[in-house]
Design a protein around this ligand. Structure first.
Ligand SMILES: Nc1nc2c(c(=O)[nH]1)N[C@H]1C(S)=C(S)[C@@H](COP(=O)(O)OP(=O)(O)OC[C@H]3O[C@@H](n4cnc5c(N)ncnc54)[C@H](O)[C@@H]3O)O[C@H]1N2
Ligand code: MOO
Length: 411
C-alpha cells in the first residue's frame, strides 16, 4: 500500500488548523435559538448591569463605618428610618446613624454602602441593635459590577452556553449575529454496502453503519448533515454523488475506499472535486486505527476520506472531523472533552504511531478506572461497550496498569 503523505496526529492537527478557514457566512438569530452557536461579533455593554446597587441579602442598608466595632458583646445602635419595597426606587437618603430595611435584590438607598443581615441585628421599634460589623460593599452588588457600560461582554468566536445566553439576557439583547450553522455532506461508498434498513441481506453485502454513526455524531455537535445515497465502486456514480454534496456543503466526508485497493476510487474522486488546490494534503496518518485517512482541501473546502471500518471511521471523525467542524464554525479554540483515569491493565503499543484505545470507565477514587475494550476496528461491539478513547502517544511503547491516563470522551 502506498501511503505517500503519512503524517503524525500532531502534524495532521496543525495542517487542519492551517488549511481550514471559518465559513464567512453569518446570520441573525433570536436569543432563544442561539444555544451552541458561535458569535460572529463582539458584544459591547451599553448599560450598567445591574443598573442600581442591590442588596444580596435580607437586612438593613447602613453606612459601613457606623457598624465598625459592633459585636454581640457590644452592639452598635442605629435608627431605622424606613424600608425599601422590592422592585421600587429607594427614596430615602441615609445619613450617619441611620438604617433602612432592604429585601434581597432591593435597591440600596443613597448614602448607604453595605447591608447588615437580619441575623446580625435586632429591631426594637425604630432602634436597630447591630451585633456584627460590615465592611464597605459587604452584601451588595454594585451598579455596573456584572457588566459596565463600554466593556466588551463577549468576544467574536465564543460558543454560546446557557451562561452566555444569561449574560446577553441581562443586557436585554435578543438578536445576535452568529456564524451560519456548518453543513457537512456525508457519503458511504462501496459495492458491498447496502442501506441499513435492508431486511434480506444478500451474502457478501453489509448494512451501512457509517452512514448512521457519522451523521449522528455530527448532529450531536450541532451540525447540519446532508446524507447521500450510497455510492457504488464505479467512478461516474461515485463522482456524481460526491460532487453534488461537495457543492451543497461546507465540508465533505466520504467513508470507504480510503485505502488503495484495486476498486478504490475514493482518491480519484476526491482529486476530481473543485479546483483540487492544494488537493490531497495528507494520505495516511500514523495512527491506529484509522491509518488510511485522507485529508484534502479543494476550492477552500475540506474533504475527508474516512477509513471504512466502523470503529476507525468513528474514531477518525471524532479526532479530526470535530476539529474541522469547530474551525469551520469559527470556534475560538477546539477543546476536546477529557478526563483523567487510572488504567486497569497493561496495554502494549508500537512506537511511531499514536494509538487510540476504546475504554470503558468505572467509578473510582480519586480517579475513574479505565479498562480497554479491545477488538478489531471492523466490530461495533467494542464501540458500544466503550465510553471514550485513550491516547497512547507516538513515542511510547505501551502503558502500564496503574498509570494515570487521559481519556477523550465520545461526544
Ligand atoms: N493490504 C492492506 N489492506 C488494508 C490495509 C493495509 O494497510 N494494507 N489497511 C486496512 C485498514 S487499517 C483499514 S481501516 C481499511 C480501510 O479501508 P478503506 O478505507 O479502503 O475501506 P474499505 O475497504 O472500503 O472498507 C473497509 C471495511 O469497512 C467496511 N465498510 C466500509 N464502509 C462501511 C460502511 N458504510 N458501514 C459499515 N462498514 C463499512 C467494508 O465493508 C470493509 O469491510 O483497509 C484495510 N486494508
Ligand atoms: O487502522 Mo484500520 O483503520 O484497521 O482499522
Amino acid at each position: 500500500m502506498d501511503f505517500f503523505r503519512v503524517q503524525s496526529v500532531k502534524r495532521m492537527r496543525e495542517l487542519i488548523d492551517q488549511q481550514v478557514r471559518r465559513t464567512e457566512k453569518t446570520e441573525e438569530v433570536r436569543l432563544s435559538e442561539a444555544l451552541g452557536r458561535v458569535l460572529a461579533e463582539d458584544i459591547k455593554v451599553t448599560e450598567d448591569v445591574p443598573s442600581f446597587t442591590r442588596s444580596t441579602v435580607d437586612g438593613y442598608a447602613v453606612i459601613s463605618k457606623d457598624t465598625y466595632g459592633a459585636s454581640e458583646a457590644m452592639p452598635g445602635f442605629l435608627q431605622v428610618i424606613g424600608e425599601v419595597e422590592m422592585g421600587e426606587v429607594a427614596t430615602k437618603v441615609i445619613h450617619s446613624g441611620q438604617a433602612v430595611y432592604v429585601p434581597t435584590g432591593g435597591m440600596l438607598p443613597e448614602g448607604s454602602d453595605a447591608v447588615v443581615m437580619i441575623e446580625d441585628c435586632e429591631q426594637v421599634q425604630d432602634l436597630l441593635n447591630v451585633t456584627r460589623a460590615v465592611a464597605k460593599h459587604e452584601n451588595v452588588i454594585r451598579r455596573g459590577e456584572d457588566a459596565s457600560s463600554g466593556d466588551v461582554l463577549l468576544y467574536k468566536g465564543k460558543t454560546l452556553r446557557p451562561q452566555e445566553l444569561g449574560a446577553l439576557a441581562s443586557l436585554g439583547i435578543d438578536s445576535i449575529s452568529v456564524v451560519r450553522k456548518v453543513v457537512i455532506g456525508y457519503l458511504s461508498s462501496g459495492d458491498e454496502i447496502v442501506p441499513y434498513d435492508t431486511k434480506e441481506l444478500a451474502l457478501g453485502k453489509i448494512r451501512d453503519v457509517n452512514g448512521v454513526t457519522i451523521p449522528a455524531l455530527a448532529k450531536q455537535w450541532g451540525v447540519d448533515v446532508k446524507v447521500s445515497h450510497i455510492a457504488s465502486d464505479q467512478f461516474n456514480d461515485f463522482y456524481q454523488k460526491a460532487e453534488r454534496l461537495f457543492q451543497e456543503c461546507d465540508a465533505l466526508f466520504i467513508s470507504g475506499g480510503s485505502s488503495v485497493g484495486a476498486k478504490d476510487y475514493t482518491t480519484e474522486v476526491i482529486e476530481s472535486l473543485g479546483d483540487n488546490d492544494p488537493g490531497i494534503v495528507v494520505h495516511g496518518v500514523a495512527v491506529k486505527p484509522g491509518k488510511p485517512t485522507i485529508f484534502s482541501v479543494s476550492s477552500r473546502k475540506p474533504v475527508i476520506g474516512l477509513p471504512g471500518h466502523p470503529a476507525s471511521a468513528m474514531i477518525i471523525f471524532q479526532l479530526f472531523g470535530k476539529q474541522i467542524i469547530s474551525r469551520l464554525g469559527g470556534e475560538e479554540k477546539y477543546k476536546p472533552v477529557t478526563t483523567k483515569a487510572v488504567l486497569s491493565q497493561n496495554i502494549p503499543s508500537s512506537p511511531g504511531r499514536t494509538d487510540y484505545i476504546r475504554v470503558t470507565l468505572e467509578e473510582g477514587t480519586p480517579f475513574l478506572k479505565a479498562t480497554p475494550a479491545l477488538g478489531k476496528s471492523g466490530l461495533m461491539k467494542t464501540l458500544v461497550k466503550s465510553d471514550g478513547l485513550l491516547e497512547i502517544e507516538e513515542k511510547k511503547e505501551g502503558i502500564k496498569q496503574g498509570d494515570i491516563v487521559t481519556i477523550h470522551y465520545f461526544l
